[in-house]
Design a protein around this ligand. Structure first.
Ligand SMILES: NC(=O)c1ccc[n+]([C@@H]2O[C@H](COP(=O)([O-])OP(=O)(O)OC[C@H]3O[C@@H](n4cnc5c(N)ncnc54)[C@H](OP(=O)(O)O)[C@@H]3O)[C@@H](O)[C@H]2O)c1
Length: 259
């Protein structure tokens, strides 16, 4: 991998400071690598510092610039420190990708515990809400920025085995629209990517199970699941000047799921 910032002014993100939660694995890892490849200064964050640090070492060894910062997104009180450290390190924050998420299923609604609901809401909704407020405030001090929420098709097509997750991501969609209204005046654009099924650890239970895969891909027009790098183009668009008049919007990436 070589690190050559693009010369295309519309998609140029060279020098931008980009914080990616859940940046160590799956979709977040793909965005960390591709954004760094295009010259962005990437802050890779997840709960496990060592995993973030390993990726940062790989990026920096290839000529990119990044640093690792552990943070549990579900812990409200850790979030001020995360944003403060990014701003202390780079002097600004240009792009936040609220990507960290978890989607445990429950056998039934009755067997969905309060603990599980709290965990799902904390990571998929509450953390992104607080981070949006903190990041938008920091961004407004330097002329604005872009916040990208990684949502799920489950937010608009809820399924019984993931009721709490579907509701949390629907909440993330509402947060996207409402916060876009609130922060447009200070130059912060807030959009979401609605993901279909991608081949990551989170979906390994069904996308890497040959017995289940045919059922998973049946409603997908392209008849396959997405690969992590296939989320990058939309994220790059939303992070860059190419989307300068886009806020409170949603881009669906699902290989064409039947309506
Ligand atoms: N894969 C899909 O099919 C799919 C479909 C729709 C939407 N999505 C959404 O896409 C996003 C990324 O999912 P993925 O499939 O890439 O998942 P993944 O492969 O399981 O990776 C999740 C990432 O988030 C981090 N993370 C998990 N819990 C965290 C927490 N409490 N605080 C901070 N970091 C945390 C993980 O690192 P640590 O373990 O080190 O914390 C890891 O870096 C999620 O929001 C997910 O809901 C995925």
């Amino acid at each position: 991998m070589s690190y050559t910032p693009t010369q295309d002014p519309l998609l140029d993100i060279a020098g931008k400071v980009v914080l990616i939660t859940g940046g160590s694995r799956g979709l977040g890892r793909a965005m960390s690598l591709h954004f760094a490849e295009r010259g962005a200064r990437v802050v890779v964050s997840s709960r496990k510092y060592d995993a973030c640090h390993a990726l940062v070492q790989q990026i920096n060894a290839s000529g990119g610039e990044s640093f690792a910062r552990a943070c549990h997104i579900g812990d409200w009180h850790e979030l001020d420190g995360l944003i403060n450290d990014v701003v202390a390190h780079y002097g600004r924050l240009d792009v936040l990708i609220n990507n960290a998420g978890m989607s445990p299923s429950a056998p039934s609604l009755l067997e969905t515990s309060e603990t599980l609901v709290d965990k799902i809401i904390d990571v998929n909704f509450k953390g992104p809400l607080r981070l949006t407020a903190l990041a938008a405030t920091a961004m407004s001090a330097t002329g604005g920025g872009s916040i990208i929420n990684i949502s799920s098709l489950a937010s608009v097509r809820p399924t019984p085995i993931a009721t709490a997750y579907s509701a949390a991501k629907a909440g993330l969609n509402a947060l996207t629209r409402a916060s876009a209204q609130e922060y447009a005046a200070v130059g912060v654009r807030i959009n979401a990517i609605i993901c279909g099924t991608f081949d990551t650890d989170a979906a390994a239970g069904f996308v890497r199970n040959p017995d289940l895969l045919p059922t998973v891909v049946a409603p997908i027009a392209m008849h396959r699941v997405g690969m992590p790098h296939e989320v990058v183009g939309a994220a790059l668009y939303l992070a860059s000047a190419a989307s300068s008049y886009t806020t409170g919007s949603f881009i669906t990436i699902d290989g064409g799921v039947a309506p």
